[in-house]
Design a binder for this molecule. Structure first.
Ligand SMILES: Nc1ncnc2c1ncn2[C@@H]1O[C@H](COP(=O)(O)OP(=O)(O)OP(=O)(O)O)[C@@H](O)[C@H]1O
Ligand SMILES: [Mg+2]
Length: 155
């Protein structure tokens, strides 16, 4: 079976989680220390030549040349809004490759001409709608030559 690069990253994440289980000899409530797991994971990604490409308010973003995905680790408590077909922006939102509440793997969008991508959405839905749903130049780009949204708000 061919293992792809995203499977390798998920595997790495699972290993970090397993190595971050807090052993409690008195109780049977052994839990993953997610802060520790994310710390170990970030180190492993850097070792594998990933670069820390951005740190937003809610997450750290990693990627490297020649791969077509990004890996995000969430700061504690933060979770993105889910894709939801009831919202018209849904069809422009990139699909998740892997998500478990602590990390997210997502297709990498091209970030050139992001002003053009924004113009597309503003023209389509208006400035107010874009503001309401957090659609701005730092949350969008291009995927398969189509405007794409990778971070948004629907609530
Ligand atoms: N799928 C992606 N493809 C390419 N670059 C991305 C992708 N996702 C995130 N980035 C880069 O990482 C930055 C932060 O990502 P994201 O918006 O998901 O995090 P955030 O914590 O919500 O950030 P902010 O608080 O600034 O909105 C983006 O502005 C962009 O530069
Ligand atoms: Mg954002």
């Amino acid at each position: 079976m061919k293992i792809n690069k995203t499977d390798e990253v998920v595997d790495l994440w699972w290993k970090c989680k397993i190595n971050s289980i807090l052993f409690d000899p008195l109780y049977s409530t052994n839990k993953v220390d997610y802060m520790l797991a994310k710390e170990k994971f970030a180190k492993k990604l850097i070792e594998q030549k990933f670069e820390w490409i951005a740190e937003g308010v809610f997450k750290k973003v990693f990627s490297k040349k020649n791969i077509d995905f990004v890996v995000k680790t969430y700061n504690s408590g933060a979770v993105d809004d889910k894709k939801d077909k009831r919202f018209k922006l849904d069809k422009y939102c990139v699909d998740s490759i892997y998500f478990d509440g602590a990390i997210l793997i997502q297709p990498k969008v091209k970030r050139n001409k992001k002003n053009k991508a924004y113009e597309f959405f503003e023209k389509k839905w208006g400035k107010h709608y874009c503001e309401l749903h957090d659609i701005h130049q730092e949350n969008i780009g291009w995927l398969n030559n189509k405007p794409a949204i990778f971070d948004f708000m629907t609530c």
